[in-house]
Design a protein. Structure first.
Length: 259
């Protein structure tokens, strides 16, 4: 059985079919990419998966469990985390604070419990929990090479670094599935090269299944196990990178966008 499956997913906004009867399956510990021209419905699919929208019809299955109707926080607790096209961080909090917020679903005593709190001369349960979660976050800081900015406010960071912080916060949730929406947007060539390596490492080291939306076709073709191409909300083709890249309708869709 596939880890994750979308069956006949559809949603309309004001009579416009944004996603039209789309189905696909994602194997465990794979990188599955969704491509298509601007406005083709890619981010809408992510919004449906993460519970921001409820589909008009269809099912979203995680290990056989239908997630349709679950609110975003419950879907996060089920093990699905995501990043956004437009960065969703607390700009006036530090990098560490933002990453710690990613641990909220694993913390029984609250995110802001002090690590120095004591009870009868011993560290309280809240303090022990926070120390454990900070140790987990420190590993993410090291993994994404964020040591130099760990105590800086997010508002002071370059755009590419902010994207990494958002990726780190998603990793802090310890997801089984990670939805990456345009992760390389705003990054320079060197940052994109590093991101390629990090995404592969996330797959291999953290054993996380990745769903990726990305316009950089070099990245898509270089790291994807399978690709789904959509246009105007409809599925064009799904398959191996080399097969999708050569599909005539995919070529037409992208040439039309460039034109």
């Amino acid at each position: 059985m596939s880890l994750f499956k979308v069956e006949n997913l559809s949603i309309s906004f004001g009579g416009l079919k944004a996603v039209d009867d789309v189905s696909f399956e994602v194997e465990r510990n794979s990188i599955f990419s969704i491509i298509g021209p601007n406005g083709s419905g890619k981010t809408t699919i992510f919004n449906l998966i993460s519970g921001i929208y409820k589909p008009d019809s269809g099912r979203i299955l995680l290990e056989g469990e239908n997630l349709v109707g679950y609110l975003p926080d419950k879907i996060a607790k089920k093990g699905i985390a995501r990043t956004f096209q437009n960065i969703e961080l607390f700009k006036h909090a530090t990098v560490m604070d933002n990453l710690m917020l990613g641990r909220h679903i694993h913390m029984k005593t609250g995110v802001w419990s002090g690590a120095t709190a004591t009870l009868f001369g011993r560290k309280s349960r809240a303090a022990k929990e926070e120390i454990k979660n900070r140790e987990f976050v420190e590993k993410i800081v090291d993994f994404l090479d964020l040591q130099a900015v760990r105590d800086q406010f997010v508002a002071n960071l370059a755009y590419g670094r902010r994207k990494l912080v958002e990726l780190g916060r998603a990793l802090a949730l310890e997801p089984s599935i990670l939805l990456l929406d345009e992760p390389s947007a705003g990054m320079n060539t060197e940052e994109k090269g590093d991101l390629n390596i990090w995404i592969k490492d996330i797959q291999e080291v953290y054993k996380i299944t990745i769903l990726l939306i990305e316009h950089d076709m070099n990245m898509i073709m270089g790291i994807s196990d399978r690709i789904l191409a959509i246009n105007q909300g409809k599925k064009i083709v799904e398959g191996l990178p080399q097969d999708v890249q050569c599909h005539p309708e995919v070529i037409e869709a992208y040439l039309g966008e460039e034109g």
